[in-house]
Design a protein around this ligand. Sequence first.
Ligand code: CTP
Length: 400
Amino acid sequence: MRARFTGKTMVLGVTGSIAAYKACEIASRLVELGASVIPVLTRSARELVGPASLEAITGNRAILGMFEPLQNPEIEHIAVARRADLFLIAPATANILAKAAHGLADDWLSTTLLATRAPLLFAPAMNTMMYQHPATQANIALLAARGACFVGPGTGRLACGDEGPGRLADIPHILEAAAMALTRDKDLAGRRVLITSGANQEPIDPVRFIGNASSGRMGRALALEALCRGARVCVVAGPSDVVPPEAAERVSVRTAAEMHDAVMQRFDGCDIFFAVAAVADYRAAAVNQAKIKRTGPMTLELLPNADIVAEAARRRRSGQVVAGFAAETDNVPGNAAAKLAAKGLDMILANRVGGADCAIGAEDSEAWLLRANQPPETLGRASKSDIARRLVDAAAEMLR
Ligand code: CTP
């Protein structure tokens, strides 16, 4: 994610919704990700959040009005319009959507939205009735038809006490949408990517299951990378607190059999299948209907589960790419090469796990990319998003 923001100039336009106070958190997260953030506050936004907070967070002067920048050519509106990589309007009121849709230019933000050719991302936040009003909906449709992006609004209890759509999207979703809007190279446009992610739970009785430590974070990083590059993404996800990006379709499953069925229903329609999940290799031969009582030593009979990625590789048509993962404690590239061949995959990402600094769920790990009939490529210690980018590069190359 960080690589998408580092060195980028983002205009954060804050307009007069109650959610304006959340702009400080958004700015802080963007700065943390390496972006240079120019805060802009409309007159109504200034009633709700002060420029001093945004200036302290971003280290940049907040732009408040059309004429003040005349003293400072750095923030003159045409200069900023040219320099910006993205305009993020969060929160976006019905008023700024109407002005942007119709080309009104009566303050710094609306004027600069006309002058820029940078991508626009709006995060609407307003009362449900205002959001659902045909005028607002028509303005959104008009902006979307011109290529503007939207994130949210979410649904829930609003500041006015009403329930419904109108809440500012959650900040992680805004950041994901910003990463997508910042990515110009859409080399996976029109492609479908299917991903299995996380771990399975194989029940033993109503309260116990066999599981593993896979977090779902690698699947999430891959889904975001593919979305940024224009793909339609479906994540078949085992139970996890790490949720796939908002823009991906999520199919929630528990057991390996459910994951298998969900994948097989969708596999024929995908261009790339990334099997990231740590699929449970075994299930209990019988699931006890009642909670098992402690009686002394016990033996659990296990039956093997189907190998999802191997089955997908067997049934793939030409033009489909099938990629697997191998988490290994030793002989990492060697064991991964054996899996690549045995499962008939196009590529496999090998990771070292175990040891103090290579725990499952660690942010970085030592990784290798192996492709059929090619020597292993060492990726060194790589973060999940670096690995995701490299894997998507390799899959996109194969599709070409
Ligand atoms: N995989 C799968 N279905 C299974 C088991 C594994 O799709 N039933 C996929 C994983 O998603 C991963 C790859 O196969 O992409 C390798 O998984 P791994 O568990 O390392 O392979 P196994 O064949 O189970 O080997 P091991 O004996 O090391 O557990």
